[in-house]
Design a binder for this molecule. Structure first.
Ligand code: SF4
Ligand code: SF3
Length: 562
């Protein structure tokens, strides 16, 4: 089903090994430098950081810690997992710093562990005790603790599947924490799952059960973020978003963090500087709280991977609040800023405000004032905001359309966009779908078809965008509601097909969440994950009907049973 890492690869000692995203080199893994541009030393240091997180997790599982330390551990794990997501942080210094920080934190936790479990102090796993001073020693150790250190390919596959799910989950809990939402049970699960990936006594079945549990907590993480976003910023509303430009200078904001957007909008108000969204920040326009800002102009450009040309054309400063940042071109390197967990060497970083004060975006605002207005890429509007509350408001209309046969089937086409040409499949698939079908989407995958004129069915647009990738939660809520309305026993009896595009680890947690909720027959593309071993893929096929994609014509027949 896919190519797997062979013993031979292991013996050749690649200078790095990463296969966490869909663009893994040759469909097996990046071994010299990431296709994403991640240098091998950074990839290895990320592995070492994950290894140390496992050690901290092991130590903190059963131990009683003072509450403040408990919280610091949770925050450090969440923050560090998130920093290792694809296209989040390319900065070696950040990872060296986090590795040093992990020694200090782990030392504190180990103090309590040794006190409370003195008999076990001598038999701690290496991840709980290994330590060094120099960066050279970090680099050396880092090469030995990554993905390939697990020799059994099925155990490796499941350990990584769980770890990538946790990375995605951490991104969502991090954004929720920014809005003061936290869930201790969820934080403790992350530690339990990380520690379990060190446990050689666990077999395939144990790790499959843990994978499902990861999906369960993934649902909780998305629900928590949904509650945070909607209670702080209101329920997304059906909204037409301008995709053109005005003639004033602007700041472009990308990523997923709505709190950063809120601060930027407040600080730019009345300055003569406009704010535009890029990629995954587009759905911010659907929230009532942001609509009141007259200078919040619209969405500029498309999905993350088009940033190298679109950021050059934007002409003003750009703020990256999360993934996906790609190595910046000289044409805009002086105008791009990172914040939160994003980072790139030589790119200015906006830190957290001191003592809980807001972040200071004045450097971007001052720079924007010196910049020309954005170059127009396109004009017009796109429509979105079909999150659960908005869809519930038009539920009668949708249910009627299904009952009368005006809507034959829904296609969930959520997930990620990416640069591979094979992803044009999704544009063609959307265009070819019969006119009595409706696409439900979330995440940056939408950019493959959200500017096609696919029309409406009785006033219901044929592409319903719920929001960011985490808003896949909304699609689940909608599906659950439809199941109730149609009085069905099983969510799989609904006229919904799943043709999902994935790229990075947030899509992994969305997938695990769907599996946990019992959704069957999900098709995943453009390729299945390189980290699924043939046996693990077989389990997913046999138990959940997971499949890949082929070509538009054959897949259309398969989905529609024609
Ligand atoms: Fe390769 Fe993806 Fe890993 Fe980057 S994140 S190194 S592209 S597998
Ligand atoms: Fe997109 Fe990176 Fe996955 Fe949030 S921004 S969905 S790829």
């Amino acid at each position: 089903m896919n190519n797997n890492v062979t013993e031979q690869t292991i013996q050749h000692q690649p200078s790095m090994f990463c296969f966490q995203c869909q663009e893994a080199s040759k469909g097996t893994g990046c071994t010299l430098i990431g296709v994403c541009g991640k240098p091998h030393d950074v990839a290895n240091l990320q592995d070492l950081l994950i290894y140390l997180l496992k050690g901290i997790s092991f130590l903190s599982l059963d131990v009683r810690l003072p509450e403040v330390l408990e919280q610091r551990v949770s925050l450090f794990i969440m923050d560090s997992l998130f920093a290792t997501i694809t296209n989040a942080n390319f900065d070696r210094e950040i990872f060296v710093g986090k590795i040093r920080e992990s020694f200090a934190l782990r030392g504190e936790v180990r103090g309590y562990y040794n006190e409370q479990f003195p008999d076990q102090a001598a038999s701690l796993p290496d991840a709980a005790v290994w330590e060094a001073d120099t960066e050279a020693a970090f680099d050396e150790k880092a090469r030995t603790v990554g993905v390939l250190s697990t020799r059994n390919e099925d155990i490796r596959s499941l350990r990584e599947l769980i770890t990538y799910g946790l990375k995605g989950m951490a991104a969502y809990t991090y954004h929720a924490l920014h809005l003061e939402r936290d869930d201790n049970e969820l934080n403790r699960f992350m530690r339990r799952a990380l520690a379990a990936t060190l446990d050689d006594s666990l077999e395939m079945q144990d790790l499959i059960a843990l994978t499902m549990e990861t999906g369960k907590y993934g649902v909780n993480a998305m629900a928590m973020l949904d509650e945070a976003n909607t209670s702080v910023y209101g329920n997304p509303e059906i909204t037409k978003v301008n995709i053109g430009v005005r003639n004033r200078p602007g700041i472009l904001i990308s990523g997923h963090d709505l709190k950063d957007l809120e601060e930027l909008l407040k600080q730019t108000e009345g300055t003569g500087v406009d704010v535009y969204t890029h990629s995954e920040m587009l759905p911010a326009h659907y929230y009532p709280a942001f609509k009141k800002y007259e200078h919040f102009v619209g969405n500029y450009g498309n999905a993350w991977w088009k940033q190298t040309s679109e950021f050059a054309a934007f002409n003003g400063p750009i703020l990256m609040t999360t993934n996906c940042i790609v190595p910046p071109k000289d044409s805009y390197k002086e105008r791009i800023y990172t914040t939160g967990n994003t980072g790139f060497p030589g790119v200015r970083h906006i830190p957290e405000g001191a003592d809980g004060a807001p972040k200071d975006f004045s450097a971007l605002i001052e720079q924007a004032k010196q910049c020309p207005a954005p170059t127009e890429l396109e004009t017009g509007e796109i429509i979105g905001g079909f999150a659960h509350a908005a869809v519930m408001n038009v539920a009668d209309q949708i249910v009627d359309a299904v009952k009368t046969g005006a809507i034959r089937r829904f296609f969930v086409m959520a997930g990620c966009d990416g640069r591979m040409k094979s992803r044009n499949y999704y544009t063609d698939f959307a265009a070819e779908l019969p006119k009595d079908t409706v696409i439900l989407t979330a995440g940056c995958a939408k950019y493959k078809y959200n500017k096609l004129d696919l029309g409406e069915i009785g006033g219901i647009p044929r592409v319903l965008d719920a929001g960011q990738c985490n808003d896949s939660y909304s699609l689940v809520v909608i599906a659950m509601k439809l199941k109730e309305v149609f009085e069905l026993e099983d969510i799989n009896e609904l006229p919904i097909s799943y043709n999902i595009a994935w790229y990075e680890q947030k899509a992994v947690i969305v997938l695990l969440a769907l599996l946990y909720l019992g959704v069957k027959n999900i098709h995943l593309g453009p390729t299945l994950p390189a980290f699924l071993s043939p046996n693990v893929a077989k389990v997913l096929v046999e138990n959940f009907g997971i499949g890949g994609i082929t070509n538009v014509e054959d897949d259309m027949k398969m989905f529609l049973g024609a």
